[in-house]
Write a protein that binds this ligand. Structure first.
Ligand SMILES: Nc1ncnc2c1ncn2[C@@H]1O[C@H](COP(=O)(O)OP(=O)(O)OP(=O)(O)O)[C@@H](O)[C@H]1O
Ligand SMILES: [Mg+2]
Length: 374
């Protein structure tokens, strides 16, 4: 939807954006992140042409924005800046309605829209007659967001909108932005230098350094596969532990699994557990290679006739997880069922791997292991 192709920006002799190409899909929330001065605001302001590219093209819905009428372009783009940019001498209502009045929209329509917007951002209508300095920082930010949505634009640009807020207000506004976005599905470009914020709200994160894009990817991929040391450093070593839902069964499962078939005798099964030092065997169908059940010493110990087949007493109704299930889901299954091994299977019941209590402990303890400082 918004596409940068080989875009560069020079201020006099200094190049601040170097040949940037990337695309933002319709309805997605993309976060631009990077150190101070890396070019985030410049990139953002090029989208509504507050800054003109030195070279390259930017298109919105395949139309070159340089060829569009500036006013028409901006009508379709809401803009929220740091410290809200509210006009101090205007009431909240006047602040929100200013663009709609400039557009000469019908008065009753404007009024209805304002009521709707206040509800959207969770502010009581009684605020409408107040002035910005009679509102808290968080409330002012909400007004800023409401104003950006006033003309129901397709695109919203947000430049560090929450950075001046206390952590609690900030977190709640982040959560509200996510749920708002689920409802309205705007294309949002959001600038921040806070990685936790980015991970919480972004569909995709664009990491910038010195006027270049270093990595443009989903939060999950950035956490798991940082492309270089800059990203690793920026993301922070243990950051993945702030988002354990991104650690999935497929990332931690072991693939060396001790199995048997249902025609094993109980004594043979016990022997296999003993020699392999495991607490259970996964029972596999030899032909289809699909998982049939699990057998544990506890079941065998109840039975004196050790010539009975595994297939007769194995647990067929066992707990399992899918490859995309997170460590949080797995812990829940392990805890709820008091089990120590859990097979990872796909939808066709093919066995992919096994997560054991040991794997979980090792994975979970990694976050506490600090690398040696030299
Ligand atoms: N009008 C201007 N004239 C000259 N240089 C500028 C101008 N605007 C920005 N710059 C320079 O361009 C670079 C990128 O600025 P930009 O505002 O895009 O950074 P940023 O990533 O938004 O930083 P911050 O996180 O501090 O807001 C900086 O080095 C800045 O000094
Ligand atoms: Mg900036």
């Amino acid at each position: 939807m918004i596409k940068f192709t080989h875009v560069s920006k020079k201020f006099k002799d200094t190049t601040v954006l170097k040949d940037i190409s990337f695309e933002i899909e319709k309805g997605k929330l993309v976060v631009l992140i990077g150190l101070s001065g890396c070019g985030k605001t410049t990139t953002l302001k090029m989208i509504n042409r507050l800054i003109k590219a030195t070279s390259g093209t930017i298109t919105i819905n395949n139309e070159d924005i340089a060829k569009k009428d500036k006013i028409k372009l901006r009508r379709n783009i809401g803009y929220v800046i740091q410290q809200t940019g509210l006009f101090p001498h205007m009431t909240i209502r006047e602040n929100i309605e200013i663009i709609a009045h400039a557009e000469k929209l019908p008065l009753d329509k404007i009024k209805n829209r304002t009521t709707q917007l206040m509800e959207l951002v969770g502010l009581d209508e009684s605020f409408l007659d107040r002035y910005p300095n009679e509102l808290s920082g968080g409330q002012q930010q909400r007004v800023g967001v409401a104003r950006a949505f006033a003309l129901d634009p397709e695109i919203i640009l947000m430049d560090e909108p929450f950075s001046a807020l206390d952590p609690i207000t900030r977190t709640s506004l982040q959560e509200e932005l996510v749920s708002l976005q689920e409802k309205v599905k705007k294309t949002i470009v959001f600038v921040t230098h806070d990685m936790s914020e980015a991970i919480k709200i972004a569909d995709k994160i664009c990491i910038m350094d010195k006027g270049e894009i270093v990595q443009y990817d989903t939060p999950e991929n950035i956490l798991k596969n940082p492309v270089n040391d800059f990203v690793t450093e920026f993301v922070g070593k243990n950051r993945i532990w702030e988002s354990p839902e991104y650690i999935r069964a497929k990332d931690i499962m072991i693939s060396h699994i001790v199995t048997c078939s249902s025609d094993f005798s109980l004594s043979r099964a016990l022997e296999k557990m003993r020699t392999n030092k495991v607490n259970s065997l996964i029972v596999m169908d030899k032909k289809s290679n699909k998982i049939e059940g699990i057998i544990k010493p506890k079941q065998i110990s109840k039975i004196s006739d050790r010539t009975i087949k595994v297939g007769d007493i194995m647990i067929k109704d066992f707990e399992f997880v899918g490859p995309e299930d997170s460590v949080v889901d797995i812990l829940k299954v392990v805890e709820d069922n008091n089990i120590s091994e859990i097979p990872v299977i796909d939808q066709q019941r093919n066995l992919l791997g096994l997560v054991t209590r040991n794997t979980l402990i090792t994975t979970l303890s990694e976050q506490y292991l600090e690398e040696e400082v030299e």
